[in-house]
Design a protein around this ligand. Structure first.
Ligand code: ASP
Ligand code: MG
Length: 448
């Protein structure tokens, strides 16, 4: 057996059904370094579980439940020895039915997380059996024994030190002579209550487990062949990036590339663990390696696009004595908990885009913040903009970068360009209607 340790995570589409799980088994069995496997819920199951928690009527909850049961039993029926796990699966399904019947009209946060945990608990039991039927020694392991979080339901904060200590005692010894299949996405607080890391959190789980076990590699198997130079739906010329640095990948996540859960790279960076992203449908197609050191550091690595941006321009009427002006603007925004994405300033004005991600304070607090700003400034608000981010290396100092950009975008009206705040990105705003074409033209110019 190999001495190196790989943690492999399989996403929802990778474990959607029995044929998909079999492809994952091929990947696991082809590499003896893969010893810990973290799975997502089968595709669609977490959405159905969320649906259960949102419905107030038992009958409507059972409709969603029926979908989960169907997906689960379809896998069970394809196993050679379904009886080996049938009782365990039935116990899980019965527990879920019980939560539906006894839940009352509204579920608490703790109940919601408990209900959402069933998807990963079901898929991990099934996938362990798939591996056993392929001749491997494999067991399902309840990750809640090691993945300690605080008690914030819906978005538990992992307790890194405790996870490492618990993994040392409960998980590490098991890896010596068998494959362990565990759950992504879920954890438990100190009192043993089930928590979740937030939607899409399985990637993050795999990285946290990799960190705790000091793994060499974390593999994220999904349904895309790695990270692309831009969204392939925007241009057929988008291609897979073979290798990218942590810094560049983090910028991509910040600017909206949706391949990885944004927190995934944090544990990997702390421990310098290389991360691989590939497709379980086409493992032979290669994928993307994310690492601290990469061999090639091209000026241009990728282009990301984020839609629905609002640009706010605040202008001070007093040309002189503008010293306290910026501080005052930022103070107002911070008191309203509005966080700023991009900023450009001149002596008497500041233009900014604001974080509008769902869950941020933007929708609730923007109006009162504008009222305060208008009490001493001229404020204009422009909507319908998209943010284009060029990600790469030494963008602030490379010769020709601005020239490349301007010649690609000759006929485009750019609003606000941010250049030089980070070595790894260069951003600008364009009208939403032009955004797709801008990305396409820019991609052609920068990558061909
Ligand atoms: N099953 C969870 C979700 O759908 C976690 C994950 O797949 O990463 O959000
Ligand atoms: Mg996912």
């Amino acid at each position: 057996m190999s001495n190196s340790l790989i943690v492999a995570k399989f996403g929802g589409t990778s474990v959607a059904d029995f044929p998909a799980m079999s492809r994952c088994a091929d990947i696991v069995l082809a590499d003896s370094a893969i010893r810990l496997i973290a799975v997502s819920a089968s595709s669609g199951v977490t959405n159905l579980l969320v649906d259960i928690t949102r419905q107030t009527e038992v009958a409507a909850r059972f409709e969603a439940y029926a979908g989960i049961e169907k997906i689960t039993l379809a896998v069970l029926e394809k196993l050679q020895q379904p009886h080996a796990v049938a009782a365990e699966i039935e116990t899980l399904l019965a527990d879920l039915r019980n939560l539906i019947e006894t839940g009352g009209a509204v579920y608490s946060g703790a109940h919601k997380d408990l209900i959402q945990s069933f998807g990963e608990r079901l898929s991990s039991v099934l996938f362990a059996q798939v591996l056993r039927e392929r001749g491997a020694k494999a067991s399902a392991f309840d990750v809640r024994r090691v993945l300690r979080t605080d008690s914030r339901f819906g978005k538990g904060e992992p307790q890194v030190k405790e996870i490492a200590a618990l993994a040392d005692v409960h998980l590490k010894p098991l890896l010596a002579d068998q494959l362990i299949v565990t759950q992504g996405f879920i954890g438990a607080d100190v009192t043993g209550q089930t928590t979740t890391l937030g939607r899409g959190g399985s990637d993050y789980s795999a990285a946290l487990l990799g960190e705790a076990l000091q793994a060499d590699i974390v593999q994220i198997w999904t349904d895309v062949v790695g990270i692309f130079t831009t969204d392939p739906r925007l241009t057929s010329e988008a291609r897979c990036i073979p290798e990218i640095s942590f810094d560049e990948a983090a910028e991509m996540a910040t600017f909206g590339a949706k391949v990885l859960h944004p927190a995934t790279l944090i544990p990997a960076m702390r421990r310098n663990i290389r991360v691989f992203v590939g497709s379980s449908r086409e493992p032979e197609a290669g994928g993307t390696w994310i690492a601290k050191q990469v061999e090639h550091k091209p000026a241009y690595r990728a282009i990301a696009l984020r839609k629905s941006q609002t640009l706010i321009t605040v202008k001070s009427p007093e040309m002189l004595h503008a010293a306290g002006f910026l501080a005052r603007v930022f103070d107002i925004l911070s008191r309203h908990q509005i966080s700023v994405d991009l900023v450009t300033t001149s002596e008497i004005s500041v233009a900014l885009t604001l974080d509008e991600t769902p869950g941020s304070a933007f929708n609730q607090n923007i109006e009162p913040a504008l009222v305060e700003l208008r009490s001493f400034c001229e404020v204009t608000v422009e909507q319908g903009l998209s943010l284009v981010a060029v990600i790469g290396n030494q963008l602030h100092s490379s010769k020709g970068v601005t020239g490349d950009l301007f010649s690609a975008l000759e006929k485009i009206n750019m609003r606000l360009i941010c250049h030089g705040a980070s070595r790894h990105n260069l951003c600008f705003l364009v009208q939403e209607e032009q955004a797709a074409k801008v990305v396409k033209d820019l991609h052609q110019r920068l990558f061909n």
